[in-house]
Design a protein around this ligand. Structure first.
Ligand code: MG
Length: 330
């Protein structure tokens, strides 16, 4: 079965002629005897094409056309008019109809060709639109993790800062960096490292709130933009994130490892008056967390917050030298 065509026509013989013809061409044909019934069927079936008469009782074809075009639908419309309705037909084209045909329909093949042509045009437009959508998706996503990328982060931060200035609310950014990631790559190989990054993205996504936006900031670094939260909620969320990562066994092709992350955060506008300053503040907090022994969270709003799980030894900075493989979490 090909596309769905809705025919709206109050003259029964024309309705029968057209529906028989289009059905024999394998289209799925729906019919209606007046405009109101036509609009109802349009809403019910969302046809690819409507062929509608202009002069009909209850609701005319122009109202049908208006109704269809204001709904931002992809449905195309072909108009059928009487000989005296030339001006009306032209109005219909202005309103977005694809074409019009005068009754009586003398050369039915011409109408059939128009139907084929408009449906082909519509299918091409739909394909193009989905392609543009796909490209747009690709341009804002990181190809490895499927998270939003660095470039999209920049525009989101700009928007967030604008909104914050206009409405006076705060937002928070959290930078997350995998500890000793170079050692993971060196020990287990880059494919394993890639798996860790992908899985890390998934773990973070499941633990974050649906309104938080997660980005891959670079290499093994991630960034989250969070709205509508206070400092105690930040600590709660960070705690949850840290714990889920620490507890997770990353497995790939027979190898297994555990990792920890360090995090640094900053609120806007607390102390930062623009994007660069905000990122710098979070970056400095992250640096402090790394310096303080890793596997921890630092934020500009407070002193170091140790979120190591009870019972697990907080990692000592002396034992976390970058080049000592025996200190790799595993
Ligand atoms: Mg009529």
């Amino acid at each position: 079965m090909k596309e769905t065509i809705l025919i709206i026509e109050d003259e029964e013989d024309i309705l029968a002629l057209l529906s028989g013809l289009l059905a024999s061409e394998n289209y799925r044909v729906i019919t209606a005897g007046n405009g109101r019934e036509g609009v109802e069927k349009f809403q019910e079936y969302t046809p690819d094409l409507i062929i509608t008469d202009v002069r009909m009782p209850i609701m005319d074809g122009i109202e049908v056309l208006r109704e269809v075009k204001t709904k931002e639908s992809d449905t195309e419309v072909i108009i059928l008019t009487g000989h005296s309705d030339e001006a009306t037909a032209i109005d219909c084209l202005r309103l977005g109809a694809y074409d019009y045909f005068r009754k009586p329909l003398e050369d039915i093949d011409v109408l059939l060709t128009a139907v084929e042509r408009v449906l082909e045009k519509r299918s091409l437009e739909l394909k193009n639109r989905s392609l543009v959508k796909q490209l747009k998706e690709l341009s804002i996503k990181d190809s490895l993790t499927g998270l939003y990328n660095y470039r999209y982060l920049q525009s989101c931060l700009d928007e967030e800062i604008d909104r914050s200035r206009r409405y006076g609310h705060n937002f928070f950014i959290l930078m997350i960096d995998a500890d000793h990631f170079k050692d993971i790559n060196d020990t287990y190989g880059h494919l394993f490292g890639d798996h860790v990054l992908k899985k890390l993205g998934e773990l973070l996504t499941t633990q974050l709130r649906s309104t938080d936006r997660l980005f891959r900031y670079g290499g093994e670094e991630f960034l989250v933009i969070m709205n509508e939260l206070d400092k105690s909620e930040v600590v709660m969320i960070v705690d949850r994130l840290m714990e889920s990562i620490r507890d997770h066994k990353f497995r790939y092709e027979g190898q297994e490892a555990k990792i920890t992350v360090s995090m640094g955060g900053a609120f806007f506008p607390d102390g930062a008056c623009n994007k660069l300053e905000l990122i710098k503040m979070a970056d400095q907090a992250l640096y402090k967390a790394k310096q303080g022994g890793r596997n921890r969270f630092e934020c500009c709003f407070d002193e170091a917050i140790d979120v190591a799980t009870p019972g697990s030894e907080p990692l000592q900075s002396a034992g976390m030298q970058k080049d000592t493989k025996q200190d790799l979490p595993n």
